[in-house]
Structure formats: structure tokens, C-alpha cells
Design a protein around this ligand. Structure first.
Ligand SMILES: Cc1cc2nc3c(=O)[nH]c(=O)nc-3n(C[C@H](O)[C@H](O)[C@H](O)COP(=O)(O)OP(=O)(O)OC[C@H]3O[C@@H](n4cnc5c(N)ncnc54)[C@H](O)[C@@H]3O)c2cc1C
Length: 390
């Protein structure tokens, strides 16, 4: 039970990647922080997450990059293929690693969350606390929870994800935008000589309105995903997820159906994918947002987690620089972050359109273009994202 009279410096709603990162960064400043998480356990089954060079840089600043490297798997192979397995693109991952001083890593999401959680002072995260609403007063911010608990803080961060209640409280509603595709994600133990585990990484295959990806996750596991164009609500209700995935990819290259087949039904997740139109302001008074609460994006640039961490570091930097002027700190935070994440939200949508093309002529033209891309162009196209450091 929380002592409702106990005034905390900062309350953070949500113990996802963004909320935990902000808590670590604020504790590094010596602030008293509490994180309130609705789940009764910190776990999200079944998913891997790619941490590209800019994410690894952020994790270094949070003091956990070594643990992430140990717990995950370096992406030393990243190919794009046609559904029948022909090579379209071989990403220059070695050149990129040399340029940025690190490979990208794939890690099991609950492992990443555990690493971040363990970096925090004991009792920072309070589980089973679902935020309901807030009031801002001269002296403090009052947060109310579904179980009737009340918490007072001087500052509040909404890190409560794509369906953020904090956002709705301070900025009102804005509609979710359905991406047009539904994602299947699975974890299994799977081996294929063409993708040796020592190398890490894997491949994606791009078809007409369908895409499949597979990558090593470390500890003998692989992570796969499938993005399938479909009307809203259709695949979400699938009873037999594995069978549905197998049906969609039955004529595709060997490793694809084999990896799906090797997965237990309960290790497959299905989600419809949404983002929101970027907004120009994330705060009201002494309450602000970060991560998906501020700027949910499609996963097509693999940047949602990285951007949540960058937000956490930038926000903390300005709170440190303007300790007596929160308004100034929050304005500066937004000036630095909003242009970058807006570009990434829009870039992710553009990538999604290109990756999920359905028209056979357009797919053919796309593939011809991809085959011809020189390494320098592949590197330059992503440099502004991967080469960034807060
Ligand atoms: C299919 C898919 C693949 C992806 N792949 C990648 C990838 O490879 N790389 C990458 O960087 N990103 C990826 N992302 C995006 C990434 O998962 C998110 O951007 C990232 O998790 C955002 O972190 P967050 O902390 O802002 O939100 P979340 O991770 O959503 O965390 C929000 C937390 O708030 C809690 N919460 C919600 N409401 C309340 C409440 N009312 N009270 C208290 N707690 C609450 C939730 O339980 C949750 O723990 C992917 C996303 C999807 C859907």
C-alpha cells in the first residue's frame, strides 16, 4: 500500500521501455522516482525487439548496454528476399557496425525489461496500479488509480503506451490510425544451416501485401514476425494462429514455413498495428509524455523502443538544466524531440507502404530498385536515425 502523504518528485505511469528508462535516468540525477504499472507482473510474452545503434547508444547512457549485449544476439546478417528466397538486398551490417561502433542487437523483450528494472533502486516500480486520472494543483499533481489509491508528485510522466490515459487526460482524444496490416509474432527453437546461430540476424521476405521476418534471439531461440494486409478485426479473432500463419505463407521459401511450424501455438501473438498523427505539444503544466504515449509509430523502422529511450534521456537532460523552471525544460524537450520523432513516425508509414505493396507491377518495380541499391545508399538512407546520439 502506498502512503498517500508521501510526496514523490516524479511519478511515472507505465513500466515499459520508456517509463523504466526515464526512471533510471532520473535516479542518475538523484531524484526520487516512482513508476506505477497496471500489470501485476512485468512480462510480455512472445516478442523480440531490435535495438539498433542509436538504441544501444541510449542503453550505454543508461548503464545497461553490456547486459543487453550479453542477453541478446548481434545482427550480423540482415537480408531481404523474395517469397521464393531470391536475394534482393544484403544489408551492409558490418560496415554499419564499423561506422556506429556497434552492431544492432535483437533481444527477448521481457529480458530487456528485466535488465532495465534491475538497474533501478529497489521498490521503484509499483505493480498492479492502473492509473485513472489526474488533477494539477499549485503544490502538486494528484494521480488517481482504479483501486482508489491517490499519489502526489511534483512532476508526472505519462509513459503508458499507445492507449495512454495520461495523454487523454492532458491533451484529449486523437484517433488511432490502423496501418492496414496485422502482425503475427512468434518465438521458437529453430535451426537452419543457412542462418547459423553464431552469425546472429536473419532475413525478411517481402511479397505482395505480406512480409515475413526471422532473426536469432540469443539463448538458442529465434524470433519471427509476419505482417499481413487485412481489414481491421479480421485476423485478430483467429482461433488457430499457427494454422492461419501457415496458410498465408504456404508457398513461400522453406525456412519460413519451417520456423512457423516449429512454434507452439501459445508462443504466437497477434496484434493489429496502429499509430497516431504526430502532435505539436506533449505537455500540460507539469505533466508530459514520452514513448508511444507521445508518438506511437508503425514498427517498420524498428524505432519505437529506441525513440522512447531517447525521449527519456533528453527529458532528463532538460530537467537537469532547468531545475527551477519545468515549463522551460518541457518546451526545450519538445523542441528537440518532436521534429525527430515526427520524421520517424512519417518515415515508418512510408516504409510500411513500400513493404506492404500489393500491386504486382509496383512490387516488381520496387524489387528492381532494391536489387540495384549500392551499400553507400543503404547506409546513408538510415544514417540520420542510427547515427544519432542524445
Ligand atoms: C509488432 C511490433 C514490433 C515492434 N518492433 C520493434 C522493434 O523491433 N524495435 C523497437 O525499438 N520498437 C519496436 N516496436 C515498438 C515498441 O514496442 C514500442 O514503441 C515501445 O514498446 C514503446 O515503449 P513505451 O514504454 O512507450 O510503451 P509500452 O512498451 O507500451 O509500455 C507502456 C506501459 O504502460 C503500462 N500502462 C498502460 N496503461 C496504464 C495505466 N493506465 N496505468 C498504469 N500502467 C499502464 C503498460 O502495461 C505498459 O507496461 C514494435 C512494436 C510492435 C507493435
Amino acid at each position: 500500500m502506498i502512503n498517500t502523504k508521501d510526496n514523490t518528485d516524479t511519478a511515472i505511469i507505465g513500466a515499459g521501455i520508456g517509463g523504466l528508462s526515464a526512471a533510471i535516468a532520473l535516479q542518475q540525477l538523484g531524484q526520487k522516482v516512482r513508476v506505477f504499472e497496471r500489470a501485476s507482473e512485468l512480462k510480455e510474452m512472445g516478442a523480440g525487439i531490435v535495438l539498433s545503434a542509436n538504441a544501444i547508444k541510449a542503453l550505454e547512457k543508461l548503464g545497461v548496454a553490456d547486459q543487453v549485449r550479453e542477453g541478446g544476439s548481434p545482427v550480423k546478417k540482415a537480408e531481404i528476399r523474395t517469397p521464393d528466397g531470391q536475394l534482393l538486398v544484403n544489408m551492409p551490417v558490418l560496415k554499419q557496425a564499423e561506422r556506429y561502433g556497434t552492431y544492432s542487437y535483437l533481444i527477448y523483450r521481457p529480458d530487456l525489461q528485466r535488465i532495465l528494472y534491475e538497474k533501478l533502486a529497489p521498490d521503484t516500480v509499483i505493480l498492479g496500479k492502473k492509473f485513472s486520472r489526474l488533477e494539477q494543483h499549485q503544490e502538486n499533481i494528484t494521480s488517481m488509480f482504479d483501486d482508489g489509491e491517490i499519489v502526489y508528485s511534483k512532476f508526472l510522466i505519462g509513459a503508458d503506451g499507445v492507449h495512454s490515459r495520461v495523454r487523454r487526460n492532458i491533451l484529449g482524444d486523437s484517433p488511432l490510425r490502423y496501418s492496414g496490416f496485422t502482425a503475427f509474432r512468434g518465438i521458437s527453437r529453430f535451426e537452419d544451416d543457412r542462418f547459423p546461430v553464431e552469425l546472429g540476424g536473419g532475413f525478411e521476405a517481402w511479397g505482395n501485401g505480406k512480409r515475413f521476418g526471422f532473426s536469432h534471439l540469443g539463448k538458442g531461440r529465434v524470433f519471427w514476425f509476419a505482417a499481413i494486409n487485412t481489414p481491421q478485426g479480421k485476423l485478430l479473432a483467429a482461433q488457430n494462429k499457427k494454422q492461419v500463419a501457415l496458410e498465408h505463407f504456404k508457398s513461400w521459401w522453406g525456412p519460413i514455413t519451417n520456423v512457423i511450424d516449429s512454434t507452439d501455438e501459445e508462443d504466437i501473438l497477434v496484434h493489429e498495428i496502429y499509430d497516431r498523427k504526430p502532435i505539436k505539444k506533449w505537455h500540460k503544466g507539469r505533466v508530459t509524455l514520452l514513448g508511444d504515449a507521445a508518438h506511437p509509430m508503425l514498427p517498420n523502422l524498428g524505432q519505437g523502443g529506441a525513440q522512447a529511450m531517447e525521449d527519456a534521456l533528453m527529458l532528463t537532460r532538460y530537467l537537469k538544466r532547468f531545475p527551477q523552471d519545468v515549463e522551460q525544460a518541457l518546451n526545450k524537450y519538445e523542441q528537440k524531440r518532436i521534429p525527430r520523432v515526427t520524421k520517424i513516425v512519417n518515415g515508418s508509414r512510408m516504409m510500411a507502404r513500400m513493404m506492404q505493396l500489393e500491386n504486382p507491377m509496383a512490387v516488381k518495380a520496387r524489387n528492381q530498385l532494391l536489387r540495384k541499391l549500392p551499400d553507400e545508399v543503404k547506409i546513408k538512407r538510415l544514417d540520420w536515425i542510427l547515427g544519432y546520439e542524445v
